[in-house]
Design a binder for this molecule. Structure first.
Ligand code: GUN
Ligand code: ZN
Length: 429
């Protein structure tokens, strides 16, 4: 047993899901603490109680900063780091104009390593300690990602993006090579340290039915793995899917018919869903990932958060960098708030914070490890300065409670608000 460190600050955690149970599901302590030992959370409570229980512990006092679990980004494309904020296109043109040429470069292992490192450092600086990323079709891009994460000690998920049609030369695999490469990468990385492999067909337009079937077969061999893909992001895309999968009842059916619908499925965007699709997603217990800065930036549409949560769907939150216009889960929470407002619902700060931490962790089925700072979980956490800019500070100074104190940081905060980041109890920034 090694030494214990107490981290003191304001603390906030959830006893239940505030999306369904309301803000009473949160526990706030203006003078709280977590005890960390061997990279894990040993205990949490009031600062006084933990000091009394652990009189020998080292103490790091973060003052008024808010201690939270590290943010969890449930859907991101790390290879799109260098082309984030590319102007003026909608989904299909955006992919062809900006995304595919950039992803082509990841056949070069050195370039992949450079961007993987740059992306993970940006993510950490923004308080994101875990993410689920698409890589490119190149196995080197997956190696680069997991190696860079391992060097930083981070819990990450991801996989080789598979595409065998409707992508340029040099950016297509085949049904067989997608299966073979994914299987080899899965064997090498799944459960290796803090890495989890995710089977990753990009989306139905860039896979033949044969490729979807091959990846469905791989998933059936490894049902404990997650499978991630895109679903019903833009109306043009849905019309395209209808055209190239004439037998399918709807977009989701293109996955379902090939063994790619299940409880460990993680479906990005899921904006324009038909009633049958919603029913099936809920029946199987799949996860939907809301990518609000992407959905506004690429002009995709307004995710039905309130309706989907009310009907019992599992929902996570994500940047979708570089379709998303930010690396920041704070900015992403702000966009989720704005999108919900446009649909007539005001998401409470407790719901936003839950989505960016435990909600995303649950969507990736890792909430027993990260995302809530419960005793026994891994000590990935951040401190948030709730007055990180003059504009935020002058507003939060007037706050009557923690929700008023934190909401200006959610709406106006960025990496300047993240005053500290710890991975497995080790300070990263
Ligand atoms: N659909 C298929 N590929 C992508 C991608 O890279 N980004 C987004 N936003 N949507 C996609
Ligand atoms: Zn995406």
């Amino acid at each position: 047993m090694s030494d214990i460190t107490l981290h003191l600050g304001q603390t906030l955690w959830f006893t239940d899901n505030p999306m369904t149970e309301g803000p009473d599901a949160a526990r706030f302590d203006p003078r709280g603490a977590i005890a960390v030992q061997d990279g894990h959370v040993l205990a949490r409570g009031t600062a006084d109680d933990l000091r009394r229980d652990h009189p020998q512990a080292a103490v790091e006092d973060h003052g008024q900063a808010l201690i939270l679990p590290g943010f969890i980004d449930a859907h991101v494309h790390y290879p799109q780091t260098a082309m984030i904020a590319s102007w003026g296109k909608r989904l299909i043109d955006w992919l062809n104009t900006y995304t595919f040429p950039e992803e082509m470069r990841f056949g070069d292992a050195d370039y992949a390593a450079e961007i993987a490192g740059r992306y993970l450092d940006l993510a950490l600086a923004h308080g994101t300690t875990t993410m689920c990323s698409y890589c490119t079709i190149h196995p080197q891009s997956v190696e680069a990602y997991f190696n860079a994460a391992q060097a930083r000690g981070m819990r990450v998920l991801g996989g080789k993006t598979c595409m065998d049609r409707n992508a340029p030369d040099g950016l297509r695999d085949t049904a067989q090579s997608a299966y073979d490469d994914s299987k080899a990468l899965l064997a090498r990385w799944h459960g290796q340290g803090r890495a989890s492999y995710v089977i990753t067909p990009r989306f139905s337009p860039t896979s033949t039915p044969d490729q979807l079937s091959a990846l469905g077969a791989l998933w059936a061999e490894h049902p404990d793995c997650l499978m991630q893909t895109h679903l019903s992001e833009q109306t043009d895309e849905i019309a395209w899917v209808r055209g190239i999968y004439p037998q399918a009842r709807d977009y989701l059916d293109t996955y379902e018919a090939h063994g790619l619908l299940g409880a460990n499925g993680v479906y990005g965007h899921a904006i324009h869903l038909e009633p049958r699709e919603r029913d099936r997603l809920r029946e199987v217990g799949a996860a939907l990932v809301h990518c609000p800065t992407s959905n506004t930036f690429i002009g995709s549409g307004l995710f039905d958060m309130a309706g989907l949560v009310a009907e019992g769907q599992r929902v996570g939150l994500a940047t979708d960098t570089g379709g998303g216009s930010s690396f920041s889960m704070l900015r992403t929470m702000a966009a989720a708030y704005e999108v919900a407002q446009l649909r007539g619902t005001a998401l409470h700060p407790s719901a936003l914070l839950w989505l960016a931490t435990e909600g995303s962790a649950r969507s990736l089925r890792i909430a027993d490890r990260v995302g809530n700072l419960a005793p026994g979980t891994e000590a990935d956490f951040i401190t948030l300065d709730l007055g990180s800019t003059p504009a935020i500070a002058q507003r939060s100074r007037r706050a009557a409670d923690i929700w008023e104190a934190v909401f200006p940081t959610i709406m106006m905060g960025d990496d300047r608000a993240v005053s500290g980041v710890w991975v497995m109890g080790q300070r990263m920034g």
